[in-house]
Write a protein that binds this ligand. Structure first.
Ligand SMILES: [Zn+2]
Ligand SMILES: [Zn+2]
Length: 359
């Protein structure tokens, strides 16, 4: 049976003035509505205060949801927690907050897992080290702020501040490899985070600049989801807040999502599906193989499409809009699309399991 899916575009991992972001949530939502975004997932440090203040809901055509970002005593293991009514106890080790977020029915996503930067003591890396924990739902496979900071040197800092979007290239290879390996065992969703703060600083103590303003960062990394009912049609919300919230969280936890570097063009209309004799499957599906599986990918503009299997290129199409492939081989299959030699679209995987349910 073919199900009709609706697409919505969102920005995930936002900081507001409830922590170290520079604007209030209503102002950020108003900016997002001018950039054709449908939903925003806020994750201020250590607080769900935006939720308690009633800031979740529709802000015009933009759905605002609030989770929060947790870290351990060493300021490592940053974790985005959504769908929670209250914060978990503060000061816990990472394995414990991962467990508690899950126990409370929340959604937990590992933030910027592979940060390595060393250019400034003021901005140290915040990597994930608690890989023994297995209760997380997802990984931020692309964190725009991490990538921007990681490539900074004294010689290019001014260029990076003036042209922030040009520094976006692709997700960290190590994170993608880990994501593929995890998906061999269980579903681990991938999202793109912007980690926007829009900090105001003074260069040389004099010239005021805003690092990565919200309106610029909304043109960087987006996470698109596939929902059962449309969230917004012709700029008008179609669902109650509660229905829309459920649609967004259901799409994310099911892995019905893909990540777009919007600075290279809109990813709207991207499709990655699989079909066997019985059904059609979307991203996030785990299919027990019964017959030949046919993959089909369609992208909105010509670009280089790669079907990845277990982290390696399985088939590719240069400068095209379609890629088709049939297989009987188990594996973790996902799409990477490149444009202008940069990463443009990254799908969540469709996993083909062998006869015994093994990959
Ligand atoms: Zn963080
Ligand atoms: Zn953050």
């Amino acid at each position: 049976m073919t199900e009709t899916w609706h697409e919505a575009a969102g920005a995930i991992h936002l900081h507001s003035d409830f922590s170290d972001g520079s604007l209030p949530i209503p102002e950020i939502a108003a900016i997002a509505s001018t950039k054709d975004l449908d939903f925003l997932l806020f994750s201020d440090h250590h607080t769900l205060e935006p939720k308690r203040r009633g800031l979740e809901g529709w802000h015009g055509r933009v759905l605002v949801l609030a989770g929060y970002e947790i870290n351990d005593a060493d300021d490592h293991n940053h974790y985005l927690a959504f769908r929670l009514d209250r914060e978990v106890e503060a000061g816990l080790p990472a394995g414990e907050y991962v467990r508690r977020v899950k126990a409370a029915g929340g959604i937990g996503i590992i933030a910027h897992p592979a940060e390595k930067r060393s250019f400034s003591e003021a901005y140290p890396p915040y990597p994930w080290t608690e890989w023994d924990s297995d209760d997380f739902d997802g990984i931020e496979i692309w964190n725009q702020m991490s990538e921007w900071l990681e490539g900074i040197k004294l010689t290019n800092v001014a260029w990076r501040i003036l042209h922030p979007l040009r520094s976006i290239r692709y997700p960290v290879w190590e994170t993608l490899a880990r994501w593929d390996a995890l998906n061999r065992r269980r579903r681990v969703i991938g999202i793109g985070g912007i980690d926007v703060h829009a900090k105001r600083v003074k260069i040389l103590g004099l010239i005021p600049v805003e690092i990565y303003p919200y309106k610029v960062q909304f043109k960087s990394i987006r996470t698109h989801i596939l929902t059962r009912k449309p969230l917004v049609l012709d700029g008008v919300p179609r669902l109650s807040f509660r229905e829309a919230e459920a649609e967004v969280y259901d799409a994310l936890t099911s892995g019905r999502c893909f990540i777009v570097n919007h600075s290279l063009g809109s990813g709207e209309g991207f499709h990655f599906r699989a079909e066997d004799n019985a059904s059609e499957y979307v991203m996030g599906s785990r299919i027990k193989i019964k017959s030949r599986i046919a993959f089909r990918c369609e992208i909105p503009h010509q670009a280089d499409i790669r079907l990845m299997k277990d982290g390696r290129i399985c088939v590719q199409c240069k400068k095209g809009r379609f890629l088709d492939h049939e297989t009987r081989m188990p594996g973790v299959y996902r799409i990477e699309v490149f444009r202008k030699r940069k990463g443009w679209i990254y799908s969540n995987p469709i996993v083909v399991l062998g006869e015994g349910g093994q990959n």
